[in-house]
Write a protein that binds this ligand. Structure first.
Ligand code: UDP
Ligand code: MG
Length: 343
């Protein structure tokens, strides 16, 4: 039996670009057909633009396609998680729906996998059509992140990679809710090969990563992988204590020995503002960690599948992982229930 390879494609409002991706992917995979079997799992992250119709139409033409619809937009990393949990391949390739991750690299990735790599990561050499702001902030972020976290995450990191089944199994079992795969995968270790690619422009439409989604991802990258900010707060506190203490001694000396009553309005105000804002800053950092603990403690699922929409071989017979969906299906049944004769 040929090994099964899963291609996972998270898609949020990608109706326009998906047909082109599927065509290119179809060509690339077609050439490898004698050596592997493929499944292409489109994870629809709550699209509202007809993505579902496009994929459904494609599903009826291509037996390799499976479609998993999430109940709403849970975000790129959550969609990837859904993909990992539903993929059945001996290895899983994740790539974006906008053709910025060239499917033509998949054969080289498979070759590296056959050569023994558990993780075939990619690095974006160049990126066409990226705005000045996104380019600069991304470069800055991926320079800072390894310094802060000690993780080997370099410039041009992306979620275009191949993972062996054993790595996917570990990822799926991780209890962590706020996932940042660009950090988690290197954190796991395993034998890794890195390939390079040039990202073209988006095949259609605009980026689906809004500024707030980008900030959230960046925060997950930092707060998920280092406690350094907490220690920075401690450090600032110690420095403040030392200087504040010395200043306090000096003030006491002035008052009690020299009996010099100083005007002191400026120094007072500066100190109040400085330490007031430092307090808020530190509270904010605590809040970031606390919020994550709170989210983890609630234990809500990372994503919810809309079972009524999902199609493709095997999705309906998945094991217990989709208990949530079964619940939602049962809960909905009375509303849409029709007498058998009415169907
Ligand atoms: N995406 C998603 N959910 C989201 C945002 C994006 O599934 O909330 C998908 C999107 O459809 C694409 C991939 O994640 O396949 C990367 O998004 P995009 O290309 O917009 O990001 P960019 O390349 O601009 O960083
Ligand atoms: Mg993109």
């Amino acid at each position: 039996m040929l090994p099964l390879v899963s291609i996972v494609v998270p898609a949020f409002n990608e109706a326009e670009g998906l047909p082109r991706l599927l065509a290119v992917l179809g060509n690339v995979l077609g050439a490898l057909e004698g050596r592997y079997r493929f499944e292409i799992l489109i994870v629809d992250d709550g699209s509202r633009d007809g993505t579902s119709e496009v994929v459904r139409a494609a599903c009826s033409r291509d037996r390799r396609l499976r479609y998993l619809k999430l109940a709403r937009n849970f975000g790129h990393q959550a969609a990837l998680t859904a993909g990992f949990e539903h993929a059945r391949g001996a290895c899983v390739v994740t790539l974006d729906a906008d053709l910025q991750h060239p499917p033509t690299l998949v054969p080289a990735m498979l070759e590296a996998w056959e050569g023994g790599a558990d993780v075939v990561d990619t690095r974006r050499r160049t990126s066409a059509g990226v705005g000045l702001f996104k380019g600069l902030t991304s470069r800055l972020f991926y320079r800072l992140l390894p310094l802060l976290t000690g993780l080997p995450v370099g410039e041009g990191a992306s979620d275009f990679r191949l993972l062996d089944r054993q790595v996917v199994e570990v990822l799926v079992r991780l209890p962590e809710r706020r996932r940042f795969y660009r950090g988690l995968v290197p954190w796991l270790g395993f034998d890794k090969v890195t390939l390079e690619f040039d990202a073209g422009e988006r095949s259609s439409g605009d980026t689906k990563y809004s500024l707030s989604k980008m900030l959230r991802l960046a925060a997950d990258g930092v707060f998920g992988f280092t406690e350094l900010p907490l220690r920075v707060a401690l450090f600032a506190g110690v420095v403040g204590m030392v200087f504040g203490g010395l200043y306090g001694v000096w003030v006491l000396y002035q008052t009690m020995v020299n009996h010099a009553t100083l005007p002191g309005w400026t120094s007072l105000l500066v100190t109040v503002i400085l330490f007031g804002s430092l307090n808020l800053f530190v509270l904010g950092i605590l809040g970031e960690y606390l919020g994550r603990i709170h989210e983890q403690a609630k234990g809500r699922p990372i994503y919810v599948v809309d079972r009524r929409e999902s199609v493709g071989a095997g999705l309906e017979s998945d094991d217990g992982r989709d208990a949530m969906c079964e619940v939602s299906r049962r809960a909905r049944a009375p509303r849409g229930a029709l007498a058998d004769g009415e169907r």
